[in-house]
Design a protein around this ligand. Structure first.
Ligand SMILES: *Cc1c(COP(=O)(O)O)cnc(C)c1O
Length: 388
């Protein structure tokens, strides 16, 4: 048997919509992207949705917009973010010249908690920006986090690369903090190959990000004052970026969107199977969930091989690979990565939960196309490996 860690399903209208774009005579940002943006706005309930060519680009634009309004994400400013995340969440902070102030996470959920954040605020009262990561597709406790941030004038950007579609209480992720960024990278819950989406309810942020997404060109305001000028004329208000999404990508996104809930339910079923089948294994810690299963996007299902296990985590990964089963590790915490470690000299002892989780964690395959036979094979192989 050969089971990859990740596999994309393009079984819907992907080809049909791509063909429409190819026949339209215009392959980059146009009507398919506008439609994709509107559908994400409708889904999340956010007022503005801006398509970008990656979540990383979105996070960069978000920090730039917040810095533009408050001046709080520049040289020497700190930004809170969990150490248990993909490196992209930290690198965008460095793009701005700001410094990542890393937070530990809860061991079971891998999410930052209001308690962890409250301690960080007390220790670093000058930090005015928080980047939340909804690890694995489960929303962090945003009611309490937003209320804390409101009290302390902290702007909240959400790295929701894992969290489409996901909910916290009655609110969709994408409609809570100041700005939210989704990823449509190849292995994410909705993919366009490469791509991302920003949502916000703040018109000022939306305007700035829209302009900076395309070279800093301010066509809208220029057109307002010079409606008699030809359309080739434009003004540039800042050296912006090239972060727009092509219509080919948006065509794939629109097709994926039609199957979003169906694929989410498929992943939930697999996660529930793992959760039950591995429940009383003495060498495994299972992930914990704070939201109802239906509110989780289920991007990652990761177990922890406990320190008492007769077989080490790395050996388990190796033996699973020998049995044809692909797995992954999410993530080497940011404080362990050379660049960050050397520049900031983070102390691993400040992140006990992230450390305990990282040394034992293994992410299991989680995609809707995974068959029953494959799921059983994964669980049985894992159990067998742990017996010796
Ligand atoms: C995938 C991912 C990103 C980056 O997404 P891209 O679309 O590849 O830029 C950012 N943050 C997290 C947590 C991710 O998993």
């Amino acid at each position: 048997m050969k089971i990859p860690y990740s596999k994309v399903s393009c079984a819907g209208n992907e080809l049909k919509y791509i063909k429409q774009v190819l026949q339209s005579g215009w392959l980059t940002t146009a009507s398919k992207t506008a439609e994709f943006e509107q559908k994400i706005a409708d889904l999340t309930g956010a007022t503005h949705a801006l398509a970008v060519n990656s979540c990383t680009a979105g996070l960069h634009l978000a920090l730039d917009a917040v810095h533009g309004v408050y001046g709080t994400v520049g040289q020497g400013d700190g930004v809170f973010l969990p150490t248990m995340t993909f490196t992209a969440s930290a690198e965008v902070v460095r793009y701005m010249g700001a410094d990542p102030i890393l937070l530990d996470v809860d061991y079971g959920t891998k999410l930052i908690t209001p308690e962890i954040l409250a301690r960080a605020i007390a220790k670093y009262p000058h930090v005015k920006t928080l980047l939340v990561v909804h690890y694995g597709g489960q929303s962090a406790d945003m009611d309490a986090i937003l209320s804390l941030c409101h009290t302390h004038n902290i702007t909240v950007i959400e790295d929701a690369a894992h969290a489409l579609p996901a909910k916290n209480g009655h609110t969709m992720v994408g409609n809570m903090g100041d700005i939210t960024c989704f990823s449509f990278y190849a292995n994410k819950t909705l993919t366009t190959g490469e791509g991302g989406m920003i949502t916000t309810n703040n018109a000022q942020y939306a305007q700035r990000m829209k302009i900076m997404r395309t070279h800093g060109i301010d066509r809208d305001s220029f057109a307002r004052f010079t409606s008699d000028k030809p359309s080739w004329q434009y003004d540039v208000i800042a050296p912006g970026y090239k972060y727009n999404l092509s219509d080919v990508a948006s065509a794939i996104g629109l097709a994926q969107l039609e199957r979003l809930e169906c694929m989410r339910q498929g992943r939930q079923n697999i996660a529930e199977f793992y959760h039950t089948a591995l429940a009383d294994n003495p060498y495994i810690d299972l992930p914990e969930f704070r939201v109802p299963y239906a509110d989780n996007a289920w991007h990652i299902y990761s177990i922890v091989i406990k320190p008492n296990s007769p077989v080490s985590r790395n050996q388990v990964i190796e033996r699973l690979a020998q049995a044809g089963i692909g797995t992954s590790v999410h993530y080497t915490p940011v404080h362990r990565l050379s660049y960050y470690q050397e520049k900031y000299n983070y102390n691993p002892q400040d992140y006990p939960n992230a450390e305990a989780y990282f040394v034992g964690c293994i992410s299991l395959p989680l995609y809707a196309d995974l068959t029953d036979t494959e799921q059983h094979y994964i669980v049985n192989t894992l159990k067998e490996i742990l017996q010796k």
